[in-house]
Design a protein around this ligand. Sequence first.
Ligand code: URA
Length: 182
Amino acid sequence: MNMDEVRAKCESCRKCALCETRHNCVFGTGCESAKLMFVGEAPGEQEDLSGIPFVGRAGKLLDAYLTAVGIERDEVYIANILKCRPPKNRDPLPEEQDACMPYLRDQVRIIRPRFIVCLGRIAAMRLIKPDYKISQEHGVWVKRGEFEMTAFFHPSALLRDPCKKGDMLTDMKTLAAKLNEI
Ligand code: URA
């Protein structure tokens, strides 16, 4: 399947109850040959309304970090573990993640990025390891097959706790340097 076919399948998905409450499926955006992929948790309100990931307050903050380190948003690919918004932004349930993961796997298979950065604990626990400790392990890169992976603080966590912003900038600068090396 190509990306348009995966997107079409995702947009008509009814594998979990979130399809009942979504306004839009938030499939993912960006460059299909991106070297870098960001994976967040799940769409929030603005994303659900627009169908585009990371466009709300957290997304604006992510954009600011990308700009600060010289990465263009349209040179990367941005997606989430869940493609539909959980009610009141609650944490994704394990069964929702299980239902939705095949779409993300297809996206990764098609894009074949060199770097995958999980945004926040939920994505890191799903993609890196179940006991991931974001406070201790953010910015630590691990090699997984053909990918290098890490997790950064979720931009929403930075909005709640601005003390984390210095660490985020350091992690983003390391990422930009890695991208510039290839
Ligand atoms: N938070 C996420 O994890 N993903 C989005 O797309 C928006 C907010």
